[in-house]
Design a protein. Structure first.
Length: 116
């Protein structure tokens, strides 16, 4: 059974940082491109960042460029999202997503709240 488990969310003040982690099990993690998505209340889920299976290519949504960094450690079956200079509008549930074309899996999400 494939599982993706996110952690690292929480409450942070504007301008602060958080590091999200997503650990995969039940899949050959290194075969999968990994993505982070987020969904704010009343809004559609949106893509935050993508990293290819080997980690060689990373892409970001415009709002994430310069503030967020996606990375992975295939030896630990883990993908990370380092988020800096957080803003109130970054408040959302953050989800990791494993993608290998026809095979794809979602994590359960971790809440990030940016508030003073």
């Amino acid at each position: 059974q494939v599982q993706l488990v996110e952690s690292g969310g929480g409450l942070v003040q504007p301008g602060g940082s958080l590091r999200l982690s997503c650990v995969g099990s039940g899949l050959i993690f290194s075969w999968y491109d990994m993505r982070w998505y987020r969904q704010a209340p009343g809004k559609e889920r949106e893509l935050v960042a993508v990293i290819t299976s080997g980690g060689g290519t990373r892409n970001y949504a415009d709002f994430a460029k310069g503030r967020f960094d996606i990375s992975r450690d295939n030896a630990k079956n883990t993908v990370y999202l380092q988020m800096n200079s957080l803003k109130a509008e970054d408040t959302a549930v953050y989800y990791c997503y494993a993608d290998r074309g026809r095979a794809f899996y979602w994590g359960q999400g971790t809440q990030v709240t940016v508030s003073s």
